[in-house]
Write a protein that binds this ligand. Sequence first.
Ligand code: PRP
Ligand code: URA
Length: 208
Amino acid sequence: MQVLEVKHPLVQHKLGLMRAKDISTIEFRTLTREVGSLLTYEATKDLELEKVTIDGWNGPVEIERIKGKKVTVVPILRAGLGMMDGVLEHIPSARISVVGIYRDEETLKPVPYFSKLAGDINERLAIIVDPMLATGGSLIETISLLKSKGCTSIKCIVLVAAPEGIKALEQAHPDVELYCASIDDHLNSHGYIIPGLGDAGDKIFGTK
Ligand code: PRP
Ligand code: URA
């Protein structure tokens, strides 16, 4: 599995701000979108281009445009919604495929409760977004769902990943790509990433 920890100074600076204990909902939400946007820039750097000739201001001109598969953004509810606009800033025409999964607080197992995918997801590049990759259960479940619908091209963007989750993802789906702002240290006994960000969903939605 290809894993990239994006060390760009803007990414690292913004992620650092997100770790502050008393960060406000609006600041956390804004930074989630901004880091999501910067990671999207990195995750799309290998999209294929093709040359085409168009009518320019001074006659025909050869330009490059993105070729190949169209994109669907896949936010994992809830917290993935906080990153979705960061992807759409760069790929405004992307279809949106929503997957609802929460993590059972006791077992830490993913509980799927909703999905509405692009009908032609088998022909699209899927960019899954979720701020946190902890045990990996939610992301693994989402990828299995997309693959069951014929999707063969999948990139995952998370803000913070735990080594335990990366290992589980690698075992379950070695064919996907993972982009993150940080690979953190470990999971605590409650399945939270340390140092991590705390509960990303609650911080984005202001529910705690
Ligand atoms: C969080 C997070 C991921 C998941 C990560 O969601 O946004 O989806 O946990 O944990 P995992 O890697 O161990 O599966 P949560 O269940 O808190 O739901 P929410 O987004 O609705 O708050
Ligand atoms: N979900 C979160 O929001 N944070 C974690 O650290 C782990 C799972």
